[in-house]
Each structure stands twice: as structure tokens, then as C-alpha cells.
Ligand binder design. Structure first.
Ligand code: DHB
Length: 390
């Protein structure tokens, strides 16, 4: 090779790699880890659809940075979530980690967020303690204490003096049980028994038989998104309602993703939650319409809203840093954000990094031939009671 052409080639190579580097720096990467298969697959499907809708509506460039969404399926196995998070940080150099379908996944990733100083936007998992597992966690979902205390206050004023609690035997279930029970006792109610069912493939039948024998006024339930229809089916098949036992639950049970499958037996069930697809606001109507249009009529549930709002929090943070990003700067720009969500007004508490939001009491009703969680009472600006007490 002639000396001149060698220099040309070297310069050209240097230019290519420099522009490659510039390009790599321009791309802002969000590592979205979700259960896309397995028992929690509906959570992944809802959040991915919501993140895509957010990007379709708000563009894929923020403050001059091209946004790349990298979606990974953790099958809701926490060891897999952890490995994927490690790979996304070390190999892909993601700027933000997000998703987290279940509590054990969020807890498995929290130390990686801390060590790598990467914001971790928790869009689904809802055990109180998660925000305390890393100073880099910001949550856009909800907490079980937040919604459970509201239902515990409502029940004794509406003829429910005794309950049995039935929850999935892991973080969010234990939170729901503890906070429902404490508040219900304080309000003068009686808790006859507290039952815990396995998270994976629960058979509710033997537990429901026990509840029938114990004859409480109501059964209080938490099961995670995706398990509500099975619980409802067995509740009705065992004739619990006919035996005079009411079902009350967190809104995870009458999940908008499954509600129409549950049939008319679900009519009248009262739940407390932070989001209903039926929420009556212009922002929500717009969200539901756009979501259904983009997803062959699929109705968004509370997971979708957690994902949609999580994307907003990331976009706004990047804007506030003028496109510079950087873990700490992003984190600081996420703290204290106030906005109108499809669920209603919310803010990210700057101290706790947890979401503060309205909690609604809702009743399953039929509207235009479809079942909806129709909100009938609102408790405003509820902070996570798991932190308020400290
Ligand atoms: C969690 C998962 C859910 O599907 C849900 O509805 C609530 C909490 C969790 O694992 O934290």
C-alpha cells in the first residue's frame, strides 16, 4: 500500500469510529425488563404496549437524543431479571433500567441500580419496601398499603364487620394483609383468619372451603395481575356469594385486562385501586382510545398506566437535563415531577421517590355490554402508608 493511501485509509477508519462513537453517545437507551411469557405475561404485554404508545405519541427524540427502547423478557424469574439488568448495564450501557413485573424482580435489580448509578423506574411491582432497596429507584405504579387502607376504612361503614383475608404469599400480598388488617381492626372490624396462597399456580379451592366454614361478612383478597379471573371463577363456583360472603379486593383482582372474562358474577364487587379504564377524565378517555386503537381493542389496565407514566417520567427527566442524561442528574430530575396521568393527578415524592396519587373505591358494573370498575368515591393524594409511619 502506498503511504498516502494508507494514511487515507487510517483517517477514514478514525472518522468512521469517531462518528460511530458520536452516534452511540446520541442514543439514549432504556432497558425495559418485563415478564413477556409465563404467569405474569399480561403485565409485560400491557407495559410494552403502553411504552410504545407513549413513543408513538411523543416521538423518539428527546432534547436531541434518539431514544432506543430495549425490551427483555425475564419470565418473572428474579435471577433472570438480575442477569438481564447486568447485561443491559455492562454491554448495552443503558441510561435507565425500567419495568419490573413483580416485587422479587425489582428487589433483585435494586443493587445493580445502586452500584451502576442507573435510575430504575419501577412500573409494576408494588411492595412498599422496593423504593428503599436503592436510592436510584423511582416508582410509577402504586403500593399495596396505599390501596388496602382505603378499602379497610370503607368496609366497616358498609355492613362488613368481619373478614377473612386471602393473599398471595409474597411481598405485595403480605403488605396487603398487614395494612388491611391493621386499619380494619382500628376501625372496629374483626379478622377471623388470614390465609396465604402460593404465588405460582394457586389452587384456591381448599382455601375458599375454609372461608365458607368461617362465615365472615366478607373475604378480602389480593392476588397479582393475571390471577384475578381464576380467583373469581372459584369464588363463584363454590357459591360463596350465595352463602352471603361478599368479595372485596384490591383492584388487581378485577383487573381491566381480565374483567370481561369474569362474567356477570363479578357485578357488584367493590375494590380499591389507583386506576380504572373507566376513569372519567379527558386525559384518560384519550389514553384508552389510543391504546385500544393501537392494540386491536385491548383495554389498558393499571400496569399499562404504570408503564405509560414511567415513560413520561423518563422523557421529562431527559428534557430537564437538556439531553445530557447521567444517572444522578436524571434521578434528580425524576424526583418531584407533578403531572396529570390517565389515572388522575399524581406526583413523585422527592423524598421517598414513590408515587403519590388518588385512590378510588370502585364497583363492577355493566356499561354498553362490558364490565367496568366504576369509581364512586375518591381519597385524594394518598402517600404510601408504609413510609408515612416512619
Ligand atoms: C405485584 C405484581 C402484580 O401483578 C400486582 O398486581 C401487584 C404487585 C408485585 O409483585 O409487586
Amino acid at each position: 500500500m502506498h503511504k498516502r493511501s494508507f494514511i487515507h485509509a487510517a483517517v477514514a477508519a478514525a472518522l468512521v469510529s469517531a462518528s460511530g462513537l458520536a452516534l452511540a453517545q446520541d442514543v439514549f437507551k432504556i432497558g425495559l425488563i418485563l415478564p413477556m411469557t409465563g404467569q405474569q405475561a399480561s403485565t409485560g404485554r400491557q407495559i410494552q404496549a403502553a411504552a410504545k404508545l407513549w413513543m408513538a405519541q411523543n416521538g423518539d427524540t428527546v432534547a436531541g437524543r434518539k431514544i432506543q427502547l430495549i425490551v427483555r423478557d425475564d419470565t418473572s424469574v428474579p435471577a433472570v431479571t438480575r442477569r438481564l439488568a447486568q447485561e443491559l448495564v455492562v454491554n448495552d450501557h443503558v441510561n435507565v433500567l425500567a419495568g419490573m413485573g413483580i416485587t422479587p424482580s425489582a428487589l433483585a435489580v435494586a443493587p445493580i441500580a445502586t452500584q451502576s448509578r442507573t435510575p430504575l423506574v419501577v412500573m409494576a411491582a408494588a411492595t412498599s419496601i422496593i423504593t428503599e432497596a436503592s436510592p436510584f429507584v423511582v416508582r410509577t405504579s402504586f403500593t399495596l398499603p396505599q390501596v388496602s387502607v382505603v378499602l379497610a376504612d370503607w368496609a366497616p361503614k358498609h355492613g362488613i364487620k368481619s373478614v377473612v383475608t386471602l393473599v398471595s404469599d409474597y411481598g405485595p400480598g403480605l403488605d396487603a394483609e398487614k395494612y388491611f388488617k391493621e386499619r380494619f381492626l382500628l376501625d372496629g372490624g374483626k379478622v377471623l383468619d388470614s390465609l396465604r396462597v402460593p404465588l405460582v399456580n394457586p389452587d384456591f379451592a381448599p382455601f375458599l372451603q375454609k372461608v365458607r366454614d368461617e362465615k365472615p361478612n366478607a373475604l378480602f383478597v389480593f392476588v397479582p395481575s393475571g390471577s384475578g379471573a381464576a380467583l373469581m371463577k372459584q369464588f363463584l363456583e363454590r357459591g360463596m356469594d350465595k352463602a352471603g360472603i361478599r368479595l372485596i379486593a384490591t383492584g388487581d383482582v378485577t383487573d381491566d385486562d381480565q374483567l370481561n372474562q369474569m362474567g356477570d358474577g363479578a357485578l357488584g364487587v367493590v375494590t380499591s385501586h389507583h386506576y380504572s379504564a373507566d376513569h372519567n377524565s379527558p386525559a384518560n378517555k384519550k389514553f384508552v382510545q389510543a391504546f385500544e386503537k393501537a392494540n386491536k381493542g385491548m383495554r389498558p389496565n393499571f400496569m399499562a398506566v404504570g408503564g405509560y407514566d414511567g415513560m413520561r417520567v423518563i422523557y421529562e427527566a431527559l428534557k430537564k437535563t437538556g439531553g445530557k442524561g447521567g444517572g444522578e442528574a436524571l434521578l434528580n430530575a425524576m424526583k418531584g415531577q407533578v403531572f396529570e396521568s390517565p389515572r388522575g393527578p399524581v406526583y413523585i415524592d422527592a423524598q421517598t421517590r414513590d408515587i403519590v396519587q388518588n385512590v378510588y373505591l370502585r364497583k363492577v358494573e355493566k356499561k354498553n355490554g362490558q364490565l367496568y370498575n366504576v369509581e364512586f368515591e375518591v381519597i385524594r393524594d394518598v402517600k404510601d402508608p408504609g413510609k408515612a409511619r416512619k
